[in-house]
Design a protein around this ligand. Structure first.
Ligand SMILES: *Cc1c(COP(=O)(O)O)cnc(C)c1O
Length: 454
């Protein structure tokens, strides 16, 4: 057996030149997106006022197994990809486990997360279509920063509606987005009709992703030259994020490594879906027996405690209906939760895979997540984003289980980003001020009551 290095880097020339489309491999497709006005599956025409054409084509494509990555997108990717696959030898030693632990590290770019993988093609396609402005929302700030980077590069106007609590907790996120040229508006705001309505109903609200989406979509609908972009949940985002899994597969194959389980944090589900893409496609063809585990915060448990139902993607109930595990678009997550991963719903592809038993899910409390992060940081040196630490926590739990059973399992997890903008949360943890919030069933009721009748 060859010695496996601490970091497995790929050559630029080894980077995949195509994305992989999970839906072309699914025997049973997720239920289609519905137009809430007609209750019929959304057509490209329905989506055209909101999204740019190429992305709509990708969104509705369940035929092509692979889709070419345009050269200008590859040229941008080359500034920060291929990303390393790291063998966490020091963590293994620290945990005294026979398990082999690997993580795919997506924090090696200034925006600090995997979100840039989809921001770049989304801005590129909008530009190609002659669109001059894009709008979006951001929660913890990574998507907004990724979009600001992509828009700065392709010279596109960007307005970001940033969830108000995050804007207050992370002033430097706003500063970096503005440095790349974006306009940042805390949400809910009085710049949109839906924002004004939410503010009049809930004047004290710290905002939510669902609400910021409503504001960004409204702005896109009002302007012909403007389109909306979304950083997670949708099929085309999943497609772009497949670059994570495809690179991982090439790196693993170089050393003949076979993962026993692949673990990812799940907010809207895009990094996890991207990481598992080539492996789940093989699994769907009966070619492996890997366990796939989604990890979500106990404070926003859409897979483990949500309903599998048609729901709106936003609080303002303006988007198409998606069939997904959801807490209801009326769910407003607790402001005490530190990281992202606060979205009320889950990627429809992952929802379907979970429903059909291909994917497992676990919910973890943030204080335990940060305790795991502390062990990891001291052993491995890297400062991860709190979101990523949800996956890390379960990877460590599995490695500790291996210590007890003596099994040398191969555990792979996605380390989606860096935590430099999350130091207020680390500080709260260090000072013993971090608390956990687990909604009661009664707390979840209003969200479920908000589900549309389909
Ligand atoms: C946005 C984000 C996530 C969660 O989003 P997904 O769509 O579930 O991938 C996870 N980690 C980081 C660092 C993020 O920025």
């Amino acid at each position: 057996m060859t010695n496996i290095p601490y970091k497995i880097y790929l050559e630029e020339s080894e980077m995949p030149r195509q994305w992989q489309n999970i839906r072309a491999f699914m025997k049973e497709l997720p239920d289609p997106m519905l137009n809430p006005a007609t209750m019929k599956p959304c057509t490209a025409e329905d989506l055209a006022p909101v999204f740019c054409d190429k992305l709509i084509e990708q969104e509705l494509n369940d035929i092509d197994p692979y889709i070419d990555i345009p050269q200008p997108v590859l040229d941008f990717y080359h500034m920060y990809r291929p990303s390393p696959l790291v063998r966490a030898y020091n963590l293994e030693r620290e945990l005294n486990t026979p398990a082999h632990i690997y993580y795919k590290f997506e924090g090696n770019n200034t925006s600090g997360s995997h979100k840039l993988n989809s921001a770049v093609p989304q801005v590129y396609y909008a530009k190609e279509q002659g669109i001059t402005q894009v709008t979006t929302e951001t929660g913890a700030g990574q998507w907004g920063t990724a979009m600001a980077m992509a828009c700065g590069f392709f010279k596109m106007d960007l307005t970001v509606y940033m969830v108000k609590v995050s804007a207050e907790q992370k002033p430097y996120r706003k500063a970096i987005m503005e440095t790349y040229g974006a306009k940042v508006i805390p949400s809910p705001s009085n710049t949109t009709e839906v924002g004004r309505k939410i503010l009049s109903q809930y004047p004290e609200t710290g905002g939510s992703l669902g609400c910021a989406i409503s504001e960004a979509v409204e702005k896109a609908r009002q302007n012909d030259n403007c389109r909306y972009v979304l950083g997670s949940v949708l099929n085309h985002v999943t497609l772009h994020q497949s670059i994570i899994g495809l690179e991982t597969q090439i790196a693993l194959d170089k050393y003949g490594i076979q993962p026993d389980m692949i673990i990812g944090c799940a907010g809207g589900g895009s990094n996890l879906a991207g990481l598992i893409t080539p492996f789940i496609c093989q699994r769907l063809q009966g070619k492996n027996n890997i366990r796939f585990i989604a990890v979500e915060p106990a404070s926003c448990p859409s897979l483990t405690r949500g309903r599998y139902a048609y729901d709106f993607g936003d609080t303002g109930r303006t988007t198409p209906l998606l069939k997904m595990y959801t807490l209801g678009s009326g769910f407003i997550p607790s402001p005490n939760h530190a990281g992202g991963l606060r979205y009320h719903g889950m990627n429809p592809i992952l929802s379907k895979l979970y429903h059909d038993g291909y994917l497992e899910a676990r919910a973890v409390e943030q204080s335990k997540v940060f305790a795991a992060a502390q062990t990891f940081i001291r052993a491995e040196g890297t400062l991860p984003a709190p979101e990523s630490c949800h996956a890390l926590k379960v990877a460590m739990d599995e490695a500790i289980r291996c210590r007890e059973t003596g099994e040398a399992k191969t555990i792979l997890f996605g380390l989606t980003g860096t935590g430099y903008f999350d130091l207020a949360a680390y500080q709260a943890f260090n000072e013993g001020k971090m608390t956990d919030y687990i909604p009661t069933d009664a707390d979840l009721q209003p969200g479920f009551a908000s589900l549309p009748q389909v």
